[in-house]
Design a protein around this ligand. Structure first.
Ligand code: GN1
Ligand code: MG
Length: 367
């Protein structure tokens, strides 16, 4: 898609240190295209991303969000004696000072400094790692607790289930790919939970559950760890915006505590591990127990069900729409993802009393 000369031309628009040696494809994101720019000598390498403008209608606004949030975190890291080049993201502007470049095809590109000697995971392989992950997101939220600059909403109603149901109802009516007739079981999974999910969201709408700056996409591969297994920083800040911080907890549990893969074809592998749930919760609450409101604590366990439900809805809706949002690797991929996430949701529903008990015990430990 992008030939080497075009990529080189794009990369050379940015104010990089060091001569560009090569540019390679990187990672497995579902939304953007990601590359690594290798440079000569001691200069850092860089991450180059083509931002998906169908998903993010206001890339300039989004890059401004990322810059503001990264700058804030950098100040906090400096104040705490940490290494700002490793514990914060650094956005690299173009030679004319913009945070993005628009190529001749109208595509949007952005660059950040690549943080070397790090480990990224697609799965949490031990409770220790899950505990560190929870601690990392807890710290991220704590670093942003006093952030009060305005942020643009990069994706409208991103974790707002009322908005998702509006999209869902439209998708069913449109039936763009003619698939609705074969999906009555799966559609039933969504409809039977509509009321309980909207009831939860009402608590956010009426202010019972407060909103803050949150990451909104905390699956494990959006977190950078160092070689010792400690969290350095959260990457993929495209969705940083105001919402309930419960979403960051719930979305992380959806990935850290799943015994299978997000798109596992073998459903017997998929389920919620209470050990991983306990470990992540322990790390998270070690940082946050004293700041959370009672309403947040009361809904922490439910937030995992909420976000997993939303993910079932989003994968199924994209399948119904004809696979227009998420990158897929084979034709049924979104349906496979739907089934695997639904299995995880059911497992959370079955173990919900235990999840709530773990939250209560852990809060008591840190309050
Ligand atoms: C997407 O961009 P990426 O791959 O980190 C998606 C998340 C989903 C996730 C599912 C902007 O995350 O919301 O939870 O896939 N990001 C966006 O794995 O939609
Ligand atoms: Mg990502």
């Amino acid at each position: 898609m992008n030939n080497k000369t075009a990529l080189l031309d794009i990369a050379s628009q940015f104010a990089l240190d060091g001569a560009i040696e090569s540019i390679d494809s990187l990672g497995d994101g579902f939304i953007n295209d990601t590359f690594i720019i290798h440079t000569a000598g001691d200069a850092p390498d860089y991450i180059l991303q083509r931002k998906n403008k169908l998903v993010f209608p206001d890339v300039p606004g989004m890059m401004e969000n990322i810059r503001k949030v990264s700058d804030h975190i950098r100040q906090r890291v400096i104040a705490e004696g940490g290494d700002p080049m490793r514990e914060a993201m650094t956005v690299v502007p173009t030679h004319d000072g913009k945070l993005y470049h628009v190529d001749p095809d109208g595509e949007y590109w952005a660059v950040t400094v690549f943080i070397a000697d790090t480990v990224a995971y697609n799965k949490a392989d031990s409770p220790e790692l899950a505990r560190k992950g929870g601690e990392g997101i807890g710290k991220f939220q704590a670093q942003l607790a006093d952030f009060n600059e305005p942020l643009v909403e990069t994706i409208k109603g991103f974790h707002n289930i009322r908005h998702r149901f509006v999209q869902w109802d439209e998708a069913l009516r449109r039936d763009a790919a003619g698939r609705v007739k074969d999906l009555s079981t799966e559609i039933g999974w969504i409809e039977s939970r509509r009321t309980e999910m909207l009831d939860f969201w009402k608590l956010v709408e009426d202010g019972t559950i407060p909103t803050h700056v949150t990451h909104n996409d905390t699956k494990i591969n959006n977190i950078l760890f160092d070689q010792k297994g400690d969290v350095l920083c959260a990457i993929d800040l495209d969705t940083v915006m105001n919402s309930t911080s419960l979403n960051d907890f719930g979305d992380a549990i959806r990935s850290y505590a799943n015994t299978g893969d997000e798109d596992d074809r073998d459903l017997t592998r998929v389920g919620l591990s209470l050990d991983m749930f306990r470990a992540y919760t322990d790390g998270y609450l070690s940082q946050r127990a004293r700041q959370l409101t009672q309403s947040e604590i009361d809904h922490l366990a439910f937030s995992a069900r909420y976000i997993t439900f939303e993910q079932v809805l989003r994968f199924l809706m994209d399948y119904i729409d004809g696979d227009v949002y998420y990158k897929i690797k084979y034709p049924e991929h979104n349906l496979v993802r739907t089934h695997a996430q639904y299995k995880l949701l059911q497992s959370m529903e079955e173990q919900y009393p235990e999840m709530c008990a773990i939250v209560r015990e852990t809060v008591a430990k840190y309050k």
